[in-house]
Structures are given as C-alpha cells and as structure tokens.
Unconditional design. Structure first.
Length: 227
C-alpha cells in the first residue's frame, strides 16, 4: 500500500521536463511521436508515418506546432513537418495560449516566444511552465508564482511548487502541503494534502496520509477506500 501511495504522489506532482507537454487535444491525439532506428518522427492515428523520423527528440503537437530537437538544439515544426522556428534553444516547451517557454543558453534564464519564434517575454525565470487560462507558473529565487501573458507577475512567488490553472483553481505547495488558489492568489482550499492534481469536471484527485480520493471545489472530500 505504501508503494502505491508513493507512486501516485509521484504521478500527481509530476511537472514538465524538456518538453512541457500539452493537455490532451485533437492534434496530439492525431499525430503522435514515434521512434524508428533511433530517430523520432510522427505517425497518424492509424500508425502511418506522416513525418519522417529524423529528430533526436520530439514533443507532442499543440496549437499546430511541436518542439523537436536536432543537433542539440530545439526548434518547432508544423503539421506538415516544415521547420517554422529554427532550432536555436536548449529547451523548449509546447505551445499553450499562443506562447511557449524556452531556454536559449544552458546556464541562462527561461522566457517565452510566440508562434513566429519572437521572444515576447524576456528570459528571467529559473523555470517556466505552460500557460493555462492565460497564466503561467514561473520560478524566481527558488519560489514559484504566476505571470500573465505580458510577463507581469500577478501572483507573487511564494510557493514551493505550483501547477497549472484549471477551472479557475491552481494547486500550490506550501510547507510540504498542497492546497488551491484562485487567480488573485487567494486560497480557495487551504494547504492540507500530500499531493494534489488539477481540477477537472468539478473534482480533483488528492492524497492525504494513506487515503486517495477526490475533493469538490469547496474542498469537501469524497474518499475512495485504499485498503
């Protein structure tokens, strides 16, 4: 049981790595990254190769673009496989709300580009997540807060970790416990959980002690037996 809880906590708090992956959408379901002979390309829903495997890495499509890696640099291709933003970044997230987080140099900060490759939010963050509901979690001085699409900080960095906004709620971690804030940074559900996922259809999965269950948007718990 302890192993099950540990695995679930790891899944719930998992954040994006090299490719900040988009939430499920029609594009990512239609064209999927596939690996052949050590290279990555894309296949359609029937498994037919539609973009030749030639990339060192390949992310999912989002908003018509996908991050790919060639010669240790990340660029972006469209649904035809055409390189529309040349490989020039060390890291690159998927596009969300019209923007993608990128790191230009290994030891420098993260900023955001538009779908033309233009830097629209100057690199100044230690880490930056995808935009969701027009806000994105960013890390400054080892604390996470949220910015808007102009780069303005709208929720000051004061959290150990922060997840995407969903249904007006964002899960945040303070003093090793997870709760939820609104877009003004006000707590809607006080930090009390050992792990917390995004809200979907009015509920969110949470872990408290050795119990796994769901809460509604008032914080009321509906526990699922785990023993």
């Amino acid at each position: 049981m302890k192993r099950t809880i540990t695995v679930l906590i790891s899944i719930l708090v998992l954040t994006s790595f090299l490719w900040g992956q988009p939430k499920a959408n029609k594009e990512s379901a239609t064209y999927s990254p596939v690996k052949q002979n050590g290279k990555w390309g894309y296949a359609d829903a029937k498994g037919k190769i539609v973009i030749e495997p030639k990339f060192a890495k390949a992310g999912k499509f989002s908003e018509g673009l996908a991050a790919v890696k060639i010669d240790k640099k990340v660029g972006y291709i469209d649904l035809t496989g055409k390189m529309v933003i040349k490989p020039q970044f060390i890291q690159g997230n998927s596009f969300s709300n019209g923007l993608a987080a990128v790191r230009i140099d290994k030891d420098k900060k993260v900023g955001y580009i538009d779908n033309k490759g233009k830097i629209v939010i100057e690199p100044r963050f230690e880490r930056a997540e995808n935009f969701s509901e027009d806000l994105a979690a960013v890390r400054i001085d080892k604390k996470q807060g949220f910015i808007d699409k102009t780069g303005q900080i709208v929720i000051k960095p004061e959290f150990e970790k922060a997840r995407d906004f969903s249904c007006g709620f964002a899960a945040v971690k303070v003093n090793q416990k997870w709760g939820y804030v609104d877009k003004n940074g006000k707590y809607l559900i006080a930090p009390q959980f050992d792990a917390a996922a995004d809200f979907s259809c009015g509920t969110a999965r949470v872990v408290m002690g050795n119990k796994i269950g769901f809460i509604d948007q008032t914080g009321n718990c509906i526990w699922i037996p785990t023993e």
